[in-house]
Design a protein around this ligand. Structure first.
Ligand SMILES: [Zn+2]
Ligand SMILES: [Zn+2]
Length: 182
């Protein structure tokens, strides 16, 4: 996930076209129960902003699979994530100013990533953006009926015989009954 910046390092406004395929193995963990499918693509531009700063403006496309929050069936879906990040060389005053700002306000309004020499690595920025963009839950379809809380039947497939009048009564375990008796 690295690019070399030599060719654009001397001219402010110069840019590199970014068109990278990122294998999902480069992302070390499954995020929040999601599993990535195929490779990820990162497409956009890396622009020389002057003062040794570079700005990445790109779209990250990810395909992933997770369990439906209602029926637990696997759901496969895709996401386009807009990425706007600044890259600064280690020790750059821009980094210090922003980390001071973050300390004071406790909310960094812009993420800055360090680079070394003439090589910029997008890995951390890509990972952070994925973590922020993944939805906390997905459903297989908006009308998903979910699972019966009593018998666990997937109600999208067939209706079960459990009463829907008083589901609370049905989910009580023998231990709850015991507690009531004590
Ligand atoms: Zn579902
Ligand atoms: Zn049931």
């Amino acid at each position: 996930m690295q690019v070399r910046t030599q060719s654009i390092s001397r001219a402010e406004g110069a840019f590199l076209d970014i068109d990278l395929e990122i294998s999902q193995e480069m992302l070390p963990i499954a995020f929040e129960g999601y599993v990535f499918k195929d490779h990820l693509t990162l497409k956009g531009k890396l622009v020389n902003e002057g003062n040794r700063l570079y700005r990445l403006s790109a779209t990250l496309h990810v395909n992933f699979e997770g369990a439906c929050a209602r029926c637990l069936e696997p759901v496969r879906t895709g996401l386009d994530i807009d990425i706007r990040e600044i890259f600064a060389p280690a020790g750059h005053e821009y980094l210090e100013r922003l980390s001071k700002q973050a300390e004071e306000t406790h909310v960094p309004d812009e993420s800055i990533y360090e680079y070394q020499g003439h090589i910029i690595d997008f890995e951390q920025a890509v990972r952070d953006n994925i973590v922020l963009a993944l939805p906390p839950r997905i459903v297989c379809r908006s009308q998903c009926k979910g699972l019966c809380p009593t018998c666990g039947q997937n109600l999208n497939h067939k209706q079960c015989d459990c009463s829907v009048d008083n589901p609370d009564e049905k989910v009580k375990s023998p231990f709850d009954r015991l507690k009531e008796l004590l």
